[in-house]
Design a protein around this ligand. Structure first.
Ligand code: 4AD
Length: 429
């Protein structure tokens, strides 16, 4: 008999199939038993009528929550069920009978759920988020490959900081000090000089002392870098990528988004081009609304939310003061106090999902900036070589996948957007 995944059941209406999964829930009246089976691709209700098969009906009483089973049944159309079908159960075998399961259908506190993350991910809501994450990652790759970007993986173990020394995780590399990568960018700039348009996608690490709903210590970043791309080219690529992500998730995950109670209209309202506001104009607006902030100070979550909630699409904040941004960002020739970089803020208060910029291409200016930021020039000598041997204008960006997925799914906290989150006070399990 054919083994079919729950997500594909609709294509097999009328036939008898095999299903493999876990018991999510079951309830029985005197004469009829309903078993909800989950197999990771979705859930489906299986029905067992006592009068039709009394032996099997009795045996099913033993199916505890999360017991693993292989069952056979006939598929019927059932418009009222979320999967669109229902199974008439014909037989089953128990593969592993589960002990009393700690995560029941009642509400649990977030500490308890986090402690049991290895089990929490089995619940339909968490599974839906992780499926959307998978699609978001796939859509990023599809989009960039379609634009002639080559995947060039960057190292995790690095000798120097990319995004400032205060958030580095230090490790011992035999006798030497090394750090977990904060960003693949510097290596991306090298591979872009070799391959023209490249991207990397991998875990990045920030020892942030931040306990907010947007911060993880380990998060995944999609980073693109393109030779001969200037500031404008960079923004255009970013907005088209994010628009593609939104459309792809809407197209492929309507059922998951419904399960998450996502307000789909908010995602449908995202349109191109995304609005752009300079840091200086954004600051004026914030001051006029009563925010206590001066030119040269960075925006925090309240300021980001105040700006982003004025738009239905993500918004770019451009031309930040050089003093609050990384050493490698190209100053604006029209006003060297600000840089040719931008942050993309997601709507609905989800905060910054992309940081990007044009990079300094002049070797002397770059050396000066490295010194001004008190970074060790020696460890950057290979990076300076990129400007010595055929320097070109180039630009790139990094998209934080967890913040992006949190926004797409409409969930409160980034910890639910990654299978095993690493937060300030938790790295178990
Ligand atoms: O703005 P960031 O720090 O940019 C860079 O690292 C650049 N070197 C990227 C590049 O140009 N290649 O980080 C980029 C994105 C942020 O917009 C945010 O979405 C995410 O990474 N991010 C975090 N996500 C979760 N937890 C954290 N602690 C994060 N820090 C940054």
């Amino acid at each position: 008999m054919e083994w079919v995944l729950v997500k594909n059941l609709k294509d097999h209406v009328g036939s008898e199939v095999e299903l493999r999964g876990w018991v999510y829930n079951q309830r029985a009246s005197g004469k009829i038993r309903f078993i909800i089976l989950r197999d990771g691709t979705g859930t489906v209700q299986c029905v067992l009528v006592k009068a039709e098969n009394p032996g099997l009906f009795e045996k099913a009483a033993d199916l505890t929550q999360e017991s693993s089973v292989i069952l056979t049944g006939s598929i019927r159309e059932e418009p009222r069920s979320p999967s669109g079908v229902e199974i008439t159960l014909n037989s089953f075998i128990i593969i592993g009978r589960a002990d009393p399961y700690p995560i029941t259908l009642k509400e649990h506190g977030v500490d308890f759920l986090s402690e049991n993350r290895h089990l929490w991910i089995r619940t339909p809501r968490q599974s839906a988020i992780l499926r959307i994450r998978s699609t978001a990652e796939q859509a990023c790759r599809e989009f960039l490959h379609g634009r002639d970007f080559v995947l060039a993986d960057s190292p995790i173990i690095t000798p120097a900081a990319c995004e400032g020394t205060s958030t580095l995780f230090e490790i011992s590399y035999h006798e030497e000090k090394a750090y977990l990568s904060q960003s693949g960018q510097l290596y991306n700039e090298a591979t872009a000089m070799a391959l023209n348009r490249i991207f990397c996608f991998g875990p990045t690490f920030r020892a942030e002392k931040s306990k907010t709903r947007r911060h993880l210590m380990e998060f995944w970043m999609l980073e693109a870098e393109a030779a001969f791309f200037e500031f404008e080219d960079n923004l255009k690529l970013q907005e088209e990528l994010v628009f593609h992500l939104v459309r792809t998730v809407l197209d492929r995950h309507s059922q998951d988004l419904r399960l998450l109670n996502r307000d789909i209209e908010k995602l449908e309202a995202v349109s191109l081009p995304f609005p752009r506001v300079s840091y200086t104009d954004a600051l004026k607006l914030l001051i006029s609304e009563g925010h206590q902030i001066q030119w040269g100070e960075d925006f925090g979550a309240p300021q980001e939310t105040a700006i982003s909630e004025k738009y239905q699409s993500p918004v770019f904040i451009t031309h930040f003061p050089a003093g609050i941004k990384a050493f490698y960002m190209e100053p604006d020739p029209a006003n060297p106090e600000v840089i040719l970089g931008a942050d993309m803020l997601a709507p609905e208060g989800y905060g910054e999902i992309i940081g990007g910029s044009q990079r300094i291409s002049d070797p002397d200016l770059l050396r000066k900036k490295i010194a001004e930021h008190n970074l060790p020039v020696d460890t950057f000598s290979w990076y300076l070589d990129l400007r010595r041997y055929g320097t070109v204008p180039h630009s790139g960006f990094g998209l934080g996948i967890e913040r992006t997925v949190a926004w797409l799914c409409g969930i409160e906290h980034v910890r639910e957007a990654i299978p095993f989150p690493r937060t300030l006070y938790r790295m178990y399990p």
